[in-house]
Write a new protein. Structure first.
Length: 206
């Protein structure tokens, strides 16, 4: 069931003119064991979300990554959203920003925070070799300055790609699906107050 679901999503992404390798469609012997890694999206809806917040668009994806090569080192993670042709960047390791901090933060007053042990971002280390059969599990956290497309309303499912680079600069892509959570638009008296001209811009002519 999970394999068929991911295959269907990958074909949807390709239909949207996003380049993606689909083993079942592109390889002569499709369906064999992947030669690099297996990426599975797991967890609840709230752990697989793209959302608006004060500094832009954030995304979090709950993944299990299993390595199929004798040795594999993750050199980088990246993301691609259907409304943003650029790769979204990962949130930086909090220890790189502040040696005493162990919490990933998106920024802003109300954005979510995560303990470092819950997150995969800092697992990207080309000097750390992982062996065949090993798995890592956790959240990938990313950020983009591109706003969520109006096509995707709150509650919709948006297709996206997770991109994983290895120690040889080869890229592996995995399709995922994210719950969309848009920020509510402010309306009413506050919105009116923001559009009103300052008092001294409306002086009477003498």
């Amino acid at each position: 069931m999970e394999k068929a679901y991911n295959l269907n999503l990958a074909r949807r992404i390709r239909a949207a003119r996003r380049p993606i390798h689909i083993r079942e469609d592109d390889d002569v012997d499709g369906g064999g064991l992947p030669d690099g890694l297996i990426v599975r999206q797991v967890g609840a809806v709230v752990a697989n979300t793209v959302f608006e917040f004060e500094a832009g668009t954030g995304l979090m994806i709950d993944l299990v990554i299993t390595f199929c090569r004798p040795t594999f080192a993750i050199s980088f993670f990246a993301f691609q959203l259907p409304w943003d042709d650029r790769h979204c960047r990962c949130l930086p390791d909090p220890l790189e920003l502040e040696p005493s901090s162990k919490v990933y933060r998106f920024g802003g007053r109300y954005s979510p925070e995560f303990e470092r042990g819950q997150v995969l971002n800092h697992q990207a280390d080309p000097t750390r070799m992982l062996t065949r059969g090993q798995s890592v599990k956790g959240l990938l956290l990313g950020i983009s300055t591109a706003p969520i497309s109006e096509e995707f309303r709150t509650g919709a499912q948006a297709p996206a790609l997770v991109i994983i680079g290895d120690q040889f600069a080869r890229e592996y892509t995995a399709p995922v699906e994210l719950f969309v959570s848009r920020a509510e638009k402010r309306t009413g008296s506050r919105a009116t107050a923001r559009t009103r001209k300052p008092l001294f811009d409306c002086l009477d002519k003498v």
